[in-house]
Design a protein around this ligand. Sequence first.
Ligand code: ADP
Ligand code: ZN
Ligand code: ZN
Length: 713
Amino acid sequence: MQVIQVEPLVSARGLRGPFDYARPEGCDVGSVVEVPFGRQKLRGVVTGLVETSEHQLKAPTAVSDVSLPAELVRLALWMADDIVSTRARCLELLLPPEGVGERTRFWADPARPVPDSERRGADLDSEDPYAGVRLTANQRAALDRLPDWAGDDLPTLRRLEARGLVAIEARAHARRPDHVDIGALHGDGRQAPPLNPDQALAVERLAAAEPGDRLLLHGVTGSGKTEVYLQAAERVIASGKAVLVLVPEIALTPQTVARFRRRLGETVAVLHSGLSKGERRDEWWRLRTGQARICVGPMSTVFAPADDVGLIIVDEEHDPAYKHDGDPRYDARRVAAWRAREAGAVLLVGSATPRPESWAALRRISLPSRADGGELPQVRLIDVRGTRDALHPDVHRALADARKAIVLLNRRGWATWVECADCGHVWECPNCDVSLVLHGGRRGDVHDFDPGSAAHGRLRCHHCGHQEAPPTRCGSCGSVSVGQHGLGTEQLADDLPGHVFRLDADVRDRSGVLERFGAADHGILVGTQMIAKGHDFPDVELGVVVDADATLRFPDFRAQERTFQLVAQLAGRAGRGSGIGGGRAQVVVQTRNPEESSLLLAARHDAHGFLVEELERRKALGFPPFATIVRVMVEHEREDRVTAAAEELRRRMPPETRGPIPVFRRQNRFRRQLEIKARHRAATVHAVRGAVESIVGAPAARGLTLAIEVDPR
Ligand code: ADP
Ligand code: ZN
Ligand code: ZN
C-alpha cells in the first residue's frame, strides 16, 4: 500500500504531524485532503510520500481539487523551522481562501430594466436603480456589489433571480478583478520608454545573471527602478518562466501595480486583501494553472502558486512592512531569498535606502541619478532647540512659498497625551500601561470640552482599541485644568493653511487621498511615515520632517537606519517631474540633534556613506547582519505568573540570553521579554525552540502566551 504523510491544519502547537494515510489515486505531495482523525475530520496537506506500510491505514475522506506545488510545501516546512512556527500555520498561508466554491463559478448580472411588477410607486427620476423595490439589507448589499462575482452569497441571489432582478450564469472561467482600481489595462505606459544608459546597463546585468544570483538595485529615488523591473520581468516571461513582484503595501503603491498591468496585461495577477475571497481565489487559480505568469502584490505574493519562477523582485526592500506582524512572524524578504535559491531564480531587491543586511550580502547594480535628469532636492537641517512652536518660522515661510508640499509627523491623533496641569496625572488606558491619545480634538483646554459631544473627541488607546470621553476634571485632584500635549497629525493638519490632505492609519480611503493630492494643483499632504513611501507625484516643491528625532529616540539598534531612511525617502518625494527643476525643490528637517550622523548623511543623499558607517558600527557592537537576534515574549494576565514563567524559561534558554526584561502591559496581559544575540543562527533558533517546547506542557506555562520572533524588525 502506498502511503501519504498528512500534516493536519490545526493551530495547536501540541498536535504535530505528519500522520500516515493510504494514498488514493492521483494524490501527491501538495494535495489538500480531508482525513479521519479520531472522531473528527481534519483538513490537511500531503507533505510526503512513503512507499509502503505494514499497518492497515485509513484513506482520506476527500481530496480537494486545490493542490499546492511541491516546492511551496517544502517552503512551508523550511519556514516553520526557520522561525519556530508550526507547519500547519505556515501551510495555511499558502492556500487560497476557502468556502467560495470550486472552479465552476456563478456570475450574476443585474437585470435592466427592473421589472415593473417589482416597483411600488417609485420616483422614476431617482438615481437609484432600485428605487421603490422592496429589498432586505442582504439583497441590497448583494445588488450593490454587482456586477461582481457573487458566489459568496448564492442563496440571496437565487431569491433575487426568482423575482427577475438578476440573471445568474455558471461560467468556468475566472473573472478578472478589473473593477478594483489597481491598474487599468489601458492608457499611457503600454510602450516601454527608451532606457537611459544606467538603466540599460542594469537590464543587461540582469539578463546576464545566473540562476540563484542575488542582486541589489540601488537607485536613488526617481531613478527609474520600476522601468528596470518591468523590462527584466518582460524578458523572463518571454523565456517561459514566472515572475513574482513584491511591493510593501498595495494601497500605497497602486502606481507600481498599475504600471505592470498596463505594460504586461492579462498575464499579471494581483493578490491582496482588498480583493474579495472569490477574486483572490480566481487569481490564485490563474497562477496555479499558468494562465497568469506574474504576480504583483504585498508580502504574501512570495507564496504565489506559480511554477518555474525565474525572477523574484522585492521593491522598496527596506520597508518594515515585509516583516509579518502576526503569527507566523515571517520575513517576506528572507522567504523570497529562499524561494529564489530553491527555484534557481534570480533575486532582485531594490531601494534608494537599502538595508545594511542587503548592502553587505548582495551584488550591487546602481542607478545614481534621476531618470528625468532632475536633481535631488536640497536638504536642510534646522536646529529647533529653543523653538517652542511646532514649526520653525523658516518652515512656515517655505510652506507659504511652495505650491505643493509634504509634511511628515509620525504621530497620529490630535494630541498624544492628556495631563492634569495641577497634579500631573496622565490619562492612561485601563488595559495597557500607555497614555491615551486624544482623537478628533479641538483647540483649547480640555475642560472646555463637552464630554457628551462626539465633536470634542475621544481618548483612544493605540494598543487595544479602548476608548473613552475626554475628562472635564482630574479624577486625582479635582482640578479642572486639564491640558493636551504632544502634537499629532490631526492637529497639525488643522494648523496648516490652505488645502490640506491628511494621510495616516486613521484614514480609510488612503489611495483616494493620494490620488486627490496627486491631482491637486496646490496643497499640503500631512501624515505619518506612510506619506514617504514610494509615491511618484510630480511637482512637490517642499518636504518637511517635523520631528526627525522621533525615530532616533527609539531604543533600538535600527534607530539610525530608520532615521536615515525616513529623511532620504521623504526627500525622494520632492522635486520629481520635469515641471520644476530639482534645484527649486527643498526638504527641511527639524531636529534637536543637528550633529547626528544619520541626518547629516541623509541631507547629503549619501546612502553609500551611511551604509559603510552603519555596518562598521553594527560590526563593532555585534548587531545584525553580524548576529541573529531572537526574542521570546512571555505574556500572562497575572504578573507573578509571568515573572515566574519567564525566569523558568530563562533557565532553559542558552546562557547568553538576556532578560527577562519587563515590557509594558498590553490588553491586560503582563509581558516579559527574553533576548538572544548570537552569531550562529540555526543553532540558536534550535536551542530556543527546544527551550520553548520544553516549557509548553509544564504547569508553569498554563495560561501563558509565548511569541517567538526571529530577526525582529
Ligand atoms: P523609482 O522607482 O526609482 O523611484 P520610477 O520608476 O518611479 O523611479 O521612475 C521615476 C519617474 O521617471 C517615473 O515617472 C518614470 O515614468 C520616469 N522614467 C523612468 N525611466 C525613464 C526613462 N528611461 N525615460 C524617461 N522617463 C523615465
Ligand atoms: Zn490632577
Ligand atoms: Zn489599551
